[in-house]
Design a protein around this ligand. Sequence first.
Ligand code: SF4
Ligand code: SF4
Length: 444
Amino acid sequence: MQTNFTPEQLADPAVAQSEAILRKCVHCGFCTATCPTYVTLGNELDSPRGRIYLIKDMLENGRDADEQIVTHIDRCLSCLACMTTCPSGVNYMHLVDHARAHIEKTYRRPLANRMIRNMLALILPYPGRFRLALRLAKIGRPLAALFDAIKPLAPLGAMLRLAPSKVEAATVHTSPGQFAVEGTRKARVALLTGCAQPALDAGINRATIELLNRLDVEVVLPKGEACCGSLVHHMGREEQALAAARHMVGLWHEEIERDGLDAIIITTSGCGTTVKDYGHMLRNDPEWAERAERVSGIVKDITEFLVERDMPATLRPHNLTVAYHAACSLQHGQRVTTAPKKLLEAAGFTVKQPAESHLCCGSAGTYNILQPEIAGKLRARKVTNIEKTRPDLIAAGNIGCLTQIGSGTDVPILHTVKLLNWAYGGEVPSEIASLVEQNRSRPA
Ligand code: SF4
Ligand code: SF4
């Protein structure tokens, strides 16, 4: 794509980066076929190519964001399916990140939207506040229909409906600490505790630590951990996201220097995509760039780490069929596609891949709150495709997807690592306890 930026504009490293990305796009439109918002809404401006044009026009003309561009960029899930499809290597992720930051700086949103976004940014990254909000949401759930009827407040209705009936308290597995191995240590890793995940399902961290310990991997949850910045990053809050990144880089780098780390393990793939990008996010910060690169370089999704290890024979013979839902952040953001399925198969599960597995379930960070209508359509489509495989259960590697899909189906759904921990000697996860019981009498 031809661009016309002035040398003055290109002096800004963010603009120079976006210009280089824009130049790679050849308008072929292959990406439109796999874009969930284009597939759902059928509007070119809700496709990657359409958004690329809008972003180019805004940046090239040095314009403030307006209502039209905000509408179409807000509708983008940042699922990155377009990046997987694009034959020209267009880095849509960095382009839309820049556009979102530009919108945040130059556009004044309507009051209700502004307040809801501020509220999300002030609550979600803080586990204590998030737990309190979930408890209040339980009480306020009857108001959901009322909020739905007032369009600008519809996100509040979506939020109340998504809140789980059970809020998990902090446990030893979600608090700072060290989990040493009994035998000879084969590796040492830090685990990202997460902010929303422990309140929604503390069992994910527990299963991860138990399984890693059983494989002679020592696990540390460093003191002082905070949100990785992913949620605010996707809202265009650049400074807040960079501050979060610097904090976590400092913490993990200190751990690397002190006792050494073989990997930083992430069990929420949405966070994993951001943490793997820290090197890029802090590239222009001379004080942090090198450390950020070093930290990003050892970040691994839990399945990426496990697939490289010698897994023992599974201890739990069973006869269960799992529909594996590939979270966008894992399949498109991190290109981790085969490891989860390989691990589940090796652990004795029959793994089914639902149709249209490239399409997002509509979770996408805060998307299912801020864009409830599109998110609802995507969830219905995803659940239909999953249920067609007639699975006993569903596995996924991202808490957002677990919450989103789980709110639309009665099929048990749980994190991949909980299934693996059970298969290799851990407790049966509560989500499938009755299923496992029934399964015992099923012929193999
Ligand atoms: S990130 Fe997803 S929703 Fe956004 S343009 Fe790309 S494919 Fe479409
Ligand atoms: S597939 Fe890539 S090159 Fe083609 S229009 Fe989409 S972003 Fe541009």
